[in-house]
Design a protein. Sequence first.
Lengths: 1042, 191
Amino acid sequence: MNPSQKADQAAPSCKSGKDDLINIRTPDAPTHWRSVDELRGRARRGGEFPGGLPAGAGPGDSSSGGGDGQGHGEGDATRRDFLSLVGFSLTAAGVAGCRAPVQHAVPLTVGSDQMVPGVSTYYATACAGCASSCSLLVKQRDGRPIKIEGNGESPLFGGGACATGQATVLSLYDDARLRGPLWRGQPSRWAEIDRAVLDALAAARAQKRPVVLLSGTVSSPSLREIIAEWGRRTPGFRHVVYDAISTSALRAAAAESFAQPVNPHYAFDKAAMVVGLEADFLGTWLSPVEFARQYAVLRQPGPNRSFHVQFESGLSITGTNADLRVPLAPSELGLAAVALWTRLSRRAGGDGAAPAAAEPFDGRQLDAIADRLWKHRGESLVVTGSQDVSVQRLINAINLLLGNLGKTVDLTQPSLQRQGDDGAMAELVQKMNSGQVHTLILYGVNPAYDYPDAGAFIKGLEKVTLSISLADRADETSAHVHAICPDHHFLESWGDVEPIAGHYGLSQPIIAPLFDTRAAAQSLLTWVGLGAASDPYHSLRDFWQKNLFPRQTRTHGFDAFWDQALQLGFVTMPPSSPTSPPKLPTTPLPGEGQAAARAVVASQTAAQQKGAAAAAAGQAGAGYELHLYESVALRDGRHANNPWLQELPDPVTKVTWGNVAAVAPQLAKQLGLRDGDVVAINTDRGQIELPVFVQPGQHARTISVALGYGRQKVGKAGQDVGVNAFPLTAMVDGHRRYAATGVTLQKTGRREALASTQTQFAMDGRPIVLETTAEELRKHEAGVEEAPEPLPTLWKARLHGAHNWGMAIDLNACTGCSACVVACQAENNVPVVGKDQVQRTRIMHWLRIDRYYSGPEDNPASLHQPMMCQHCANAPCETVCPVLATTTSSEGLNQQAYNRCIGTRYCANNCPYKVRRFNWYNYTQNDAFDFNMVSPLGRMVLNPDVSVRSRGVMEKCSLCVQRIQLAKNTALKEVREMVDGDVQTACAQSCPTQAIVFGDLQDPKSRVSRLLDGPRAYRVLEELGTRPNVGYLKKLRHVEET
Amino acid sequence: MRLPIVIFVVVGLSLGAGLTVRGVSRLGIHQGYSPEQPIAFPHRVHAGDNKIPCLYCHSAARTSRHAGIPSASLCMNCHSMLEKQTVEIEKLEEAVQQQRPISWVKVHNVPDFVYFNHSQHVVSGVACQKCHGAVEQMDRIEQVSPLTMGWCLTCHREHANLPTGSFQRAALSLSTKPTPVAGLDCASCHY
């Protein structure tokens, strides 16, 4: 498809009269499509309100009437109706004479000058949502943390934060958290547990039997120091680091290639050519927020725009952003690396004598990729998430050959974000089973859920004399331990992090502990015998004074240094070892590349042979491959009880509440599979059954399944949602693999309805998303392109007040990560509605991200478009509201007055953008929606500046009017005019790539005005004459040169 | 024989309907509401006789949406120096000693769907008495104003100095100090 042609179609002119205004576009030949069904022209499921509005159609809302169906029809007024009317009138009369319930106001007995009721304050801290350890700002209101944002001062992470990180604030108010310590399942006291633990540790010491701390990646340097103290004080102590989603091969390969067992720190902002091999670096891999921020730097239109090639089996959000995407099976990944290596070494003047291997790729395409890489030597980057050490070694050789080391691949200040050691974990499980481990302390891990051989782990756990879990809830693993000593939530505790060597973050408590929990550091200090001498705060401070303060020269007193670090949230220092940095090779060692390539070919051939053997064994539906990936929302499953994350549509499949088996359209056709058909996936590790999802771009023989689902013991929201695919992971050569060959696929005949939002709120094939090319932009700049004629309008021009608020969304910068969706939900008290209601298209998100495909269904180009109320100047919703509940404000906002709305839903019907949401139930008081809003604890996360909407009213994006009002008020108090940047909506604030810009369109110098005056700007469906205040910038596509 | 009954019923119903309409139209308006407080705090003595500025105790009104009720420790700023003792002051001292929060009864309430910001009005120079009445003359606080939307808008319309033409807009941008403008948009208060 020629993109320029597409853009022309998309901007119809109105020269030929009013007919063009009506017949905008025939919907039968979409250039962009959202699902395979839509592409093939099959009827999409439902409209905005499919199936009308049956009473009692949902979960038991008592007032929606029970026995409909056989009941009387409309207009059939009965005596009972009359009586209820009379009853209502009498009640109304009675109510009129009543007083409202007495409200109380309870001030603090001793006031605080830090906390003014009704004023939000922000504190810097570090995220513990995953091991990326991003710098955060936490908004605290009246003593409660209510929202998490990125720390804009941070040089690494910037002001953005991922969806998962932002949602961790809701995990603080999780009802499933333990209220206090448990001893053998019974509530206990800390003193009693401490006594038992100290006795056991003394016995272990006496018997000289090992004590093991099994933890996830410990990001905290001060905690690592406490663990080191354990090593010094406890003979036979061992610390085993275990990550459910491991990158151990990355470190093992770095040890072999560079003699440094570290995760390299990558710089995507310096890479003009990026090649990713099964590494979802924009979604989940290592440090997605940081990488997304770096990645966006060189994605802007211009001569320096980077080129991104992604080799992958399932469509990841990184793949959706790539300029060129090559689908391949997991077993072919190494061969792709070998093919690249061969071509590059030939260009480097080597003999290219790589082992002969079958190349299941387009050779010309690979030549072009190699050419581009070679052209950008020293400013390119090749990364892989492969867990095969030989593949990682080969990638190291490629980066060395390209001279990227020290430029885009940094080993002097490596990443410490994932430190799991798969081999050590396997060894531990073996030792536990042979009864060698005396005491086992589990911290931040859940192997009974996510270890490949969970059964062996649990069996081993039962043989341990004393097992202690520091988990915050009675999860799958904690159910088998002697003592659960719940750790604080990270918003309740002191701590520090070191995501990248030399970059330290400090975290502070934002709220006093809600329950009788105890910081993990405190427990570890107590049990090692330092409990009386120190506490987490003082041990942290001492650590910083001894280890960090001397390494800097800027601040003289430690107190000042500490206060600054606390206020800013992080400090950056040179690498800790002052000795000369290790000497790194500048070119690959002779033969290293060849050796690695040979190893890759050997291992891949073995894997493929295994697959072929399975196919040859004559099993029906055999010969497929399985690709397991980390879920963007739930990550490794630890956030499974967070309803915001469960209801967050997956950025690619748009499925909520559960995982799916993604299969290619071609395969689905071949096997006669449809969305929702349950299939059994068999590997030599076991079997799982999952509903099918037909995923364009999926590799033809590979099935992709998200990890992190199927938790058994996590809490009400996450219990039994989806299927646990961790048992299908396997240990190969000492490293955990997230792929399998020789997989069979069988239909079970069952069907399971998916809660996917991708076909909901469809806009019927109209030109919603537009693309452009560099060539077109050049033409525009040269003034060749004609300016479109202004559209005729029947509306009178509206005069604006002091401002005209608007928004620009850059489709070229948006990666689809969905951080803005959670930011909006947290800011605007958007309720969670659950799987059943999502299936009925009643998801309440004010901001959704539409994902469009274009091109062939086996490998389409993708586009993400954040869509929310467009704040039309001539809003179609307004003209149909019988009660004037929705109107345009003097500042250009489309405002919705909830107290005025009577719930006709005419506005939602008339909205061309399908962005209005109706409250079908009272989500705060209806027990059928047992999520955070019905729980007094969960309600603590609500933003007091935004009304909680009631049943029967319409709602939608307000462009965060509460933030606008606050900024206006602040300017007023500071006696100044407002300046650009005073107001940031929650979505704009949270975006790691700054794809969303908010501001005053009345100010020609504001960022948003300049962007919307630019060559890429357009408004969605502008031919309707709605004149939206939200505008989009076209996605820039590389024209295929290869 | 039946006529009196009919008349009685008709008169009764219309009387009831009249009362209902009147009652419903006043629904939620609590003008004159003056509940008893846990400590009989006389604003007359403090704000009236002793002329303590409102914002000394309700300092949050300058910065927050809530005017705030002073914490008991703030009362003790003065009361720890004063010798005068009454039963009511003893209650205060007891609360401070026992670190027991005082549960005051809130007098001025607006519905949950209304966002009212004290600081915005205080900074714009609206006197406290404009809405709260002559508090300095009250022994027990009483709601003087109806706090209805119509009542809010009466004042907002007076001060809605919205720039309508380019000339006014230019004049506004020339002035260094922004003019506080009372909003008339729904979203000024409802969001």
